[in-house]
Design a protein around this ligand. Structure first.
Ligand code: ATP
Ligand code: MG
Length: 647
């Protein structure tokens, strides 16, 4: 890839936002962090690992001799759950709230670290009684209830490897993940609340485990009290087993490289891959990033990450990062608009949330609903905002900062992946002058490059592929059951040994700050110019009438690919048809370049999204090129296509 005129983004000329003096004065991370990492990268990570309690010290920070499978903190032994729970209780913080849990129907529950220790110990005793031993796999298919977090921690405590499957996935998706990992236990709930309705969940498990040879037991939390089928001998109620087990349990230490979890990537780009993460390095980086990127202060902040535990963000920034740092956090069970669009803002007010970490798709949804909704609330407790999952358009970034953050909260745009385990590229809130839409720079201790097709590293102004050229503690250790695919997918793109290919396009602006452009597959080629879908989308969302946009490159006889855009209008915006479409085309031409002007723009009521909230461009490309749709099984609502085609 080379840079071209079409690659520059008008947003680059926007103001940058340095941290306030007030924020800098108390920030966890200052410039010395980068200096320390530059001076001695492995020594730096050794220091970070000392954030944790080790039952036995390690003898070597990194063994990379078997690349691309790394060993971090070689010989060290620790217990991940002990680090997330026991040590806080032993340090005298047992009465601190760990989880302010907010149920969808309006019920709520506070779980202290004392409570968490008792619950996790009970669950660990129950799992042991069921015959599970370290190394066994457990599937967790649950809504956002405290028992889901307890289950994950109980697995960690016993050295069981958990595989959390998002509770919105189908029985067949669950089955393929159970089979792939040969899970012995499946943990679920009777049902789950969705927009005021109790929807069955255990029925999907019944279908999924029918004939699944590995599964010995199904453990069921009663959440909605709806009727369930029961298989005697296999099915167990949580309230009859875990709740009555002993709350005493002594944690054993496991090797730093003991597998902590398997998590299947969402499958936006093909068959899901069972990404393997281990213990010591993973927890070190989850803890380090949560502390420094979110500037988290134990006992003071109220932290809220709006992800689901079915995604890696829920693993690293609801469970392991925050709990290892003794956070007090909000966990919310439902959707942002139940019972109405005020829900998140009510929760922020109710608990005095100070750190709010969410996804661009939700910010754009809030924009679509209109600022009157957040404006009706006192959001002054907020002091830091975070974004993850997709590039955030500069327009959405500014709206997030102005409307939600009251123009005072720094925004951390965090780039990372299921595979990286923890945040890799992000501003540091007390150090970095941020730019709307840019993830800015690799964190101290992390090394990344942008390279061209021939692996040549690019400098300021360069546009190419993102690679991670040095191993990092929370890196994936493989794909479950398929180490060849692991090597092919991530480590073979370049002849340079030990370079991890992230699959994302990225560029440096003239100041050398890094902009992630999204998946390489989502970069279009128009008359030989490389244009990123996210940049065109940002230009469209920059128009006052547009709430959200999805852009794809469709085959074009003259230009190679032609740009086709689908847009959703903001609430209350007038649809003036051709006039609006013409305005939007001009907007893109002036914001980016006439080369990026869309060939076609369609105004649609809805966009197809995966269950993690990302736009499924692959399917829109099918529409744009007039093909039958490919696999729509991971879409939230396959019916949106009728609406799109009818527009
Ligand atoms: P699959 O790999 O199965 O197709 P996925 O890549 O969506 O699914 P995740 O690991 O959850 O699964 O997402 C990581 C990807 O999300 C990154 O590779 C990148 O494309 C995108 N992403 C995450 N955070 C950011 C960010 N802050 N800025 C830009 N892109 C981001
Ligand atoms: Mg991916």
């Amino acid at each position: 890839m080379s840079s071209s005129t079409a690659d520059t983004n008008a947003a680059e000329h926007a103001t940058s936002y340095p941290p306030s003096a007030e924020f800098v004065a108390t920030a966890n991370a200052g410039p010395e962090l980068q200096a320390a990492a530059d001076a001695d990268r492995l020594g730096f990570w050794a220091d970070q690992a000392s954030r944790l309690h080790w039952h036995e010290p390690w003898s070597e920070v990194l063994d990379w001799s078997d690349a691309p499978v790394a060993k971090w903190f070689v010989g060290g032994k620790l217990n991940v759950a002990y680090n997330c729970v026991d040590r806080h209780v032993l340090d005298g913080h047992g009465d601190q709230v760990a989880i302010h849990w907010e149920g969808e129907p309006g019920d709520s529950r506070d779980v202290t670290y004392n409570d968490l220790l008792a619950e996790v110990s009970r669950a660990a005793n129950t799992f042991t009684e069921l015959g599970l031993v370290a190394g066994d796999r457990v599937a967790i298919y649950m809504p956002m209830v405290p028992e889901a977090i307890v289950s994950m921690l109980a697995c960690a405590r016993l050295g069981l490897t958990h595989s959390v499957v998002f509770a919105g996935f189908s029985a067949s998706a669950l089955r393929s993940r159970i089979d792939d990992a040969e899970a012995k236990l499946v943990i679920t709930t009777d049902g789950q609340w969705r927009r005021g309705q109790a929807a069955p969940l255990k029925t999907a498990v019944d279908t999924a485990v029918d004939g699944a040879e590995s599964v010995q037991n199904v453990l069921v939390v009663k959440r909605t009290d709806i009727d369930v089928e029961w298989t005697e001998g296999r099915d167990l109620w949580w309230h009859e087993t875990v709740a009555t087990a002993s709350p005493e349990h002594e944690a054993q230490a496991f090797d730093a490289e003991h597998p902590l979890f398997i998590l299947y990537t969402s499958g936006t780009t093909g068959k899901p891959k069972g990404i393997i993460h281990t213990s010591g390095g993973y927890l070190t980086q989850a803890s380090y990033t949560h502390h420094n990127v979110f500037d988290h202060k134990a006992g003071k902040d109220v932290y809220w990450c709006t992800a689901d535990i079915g995604w890696v963000t829920g693993h690293s920034y609801i469970v392991y990062g925050p709990l290892s740092n003794r956070a007090t956090q909000v966990v919310y069970e439902g959707t942002p608009n139940s019972p109405d669009e005020h829900r998140h803002f009510n929760i922020i007010e109710k608990y005095g949330v100070s750190i709010y970490y969410t996804a661009p798709t939700l910010v754009r949804t809030f924009m679509k609903w209109g600022r009157e909704i957040p404006d009706a609330h006192d959001l002054s407790s907020l002091r830091l905002l975070g974004s993850v999952g997709e590039p955030i358009n500069p327009e959405a970034w500014r709206w997030f900062r102005d409307v939600i953050g009251g123009e005072r909260c720094p925004i951390v745009d965090t780039w990372w992946q299921t595979e990286t385990g923890a945040i890799m590229i992000s501003p540091l809130p007390g150090v970095t002058a941020t730019k709307p839409g840019s993830a800015m720079a690799p964190l101290p201790g992390i090394s990344a490059k942008i390279v061209d097709d021939d692996a040549k590293p690019l400098g300021a102004g360069g546009n190419g592929y993102l690679v991670l050229d040095q191993p990092w503690p929370s890196m994936l250790r493989g794909i479950w059951g398929d180490m060849e695919r692991f090597k092919d997918t991530y480590w073979s793109r370049y002849a340079v040994e030990g370079w991890y290919f992230a699959g994302d396009g990225a560029r440096y602006d003239e100041d050398g700050d890094l902009w992630v452009l999204g998946r390489v597959d989502d970069v279009m080629n128009v008359s030989g110019h490389r244009i990123s879908t996210s940049e065109v989308e940002s230009a469209l969302v920059g128009h006052h009438s547009v709430a959200e946009a999805a852009v794809v490159g469709a085959a074009d006889e003259t230009t190679g690919q032609g740009i086709v855009a689908f847009v959703i209008l903001r609430e209350g915006a007038e649809n003036t048809g051709e006039t609006l479409i013409a305005e939007l085309k001009v907007q893109v031409s002036t914001e980016i370049s006439p080369i990026a002007r869309p060939r076609q723009i369609t105004i649609v009521p809805e966009l197809p999204k995966t269950r993690s909230g990302k736009i499924m461009r692959r399917l829109l490309r099918d529409v744009a090129e007039g093909r039958d749709l490919g696999d729509t099984s991971t879409l939230v609502d396959p019916k949106v296509f009728d609406a799109i085609r009818g527009s």
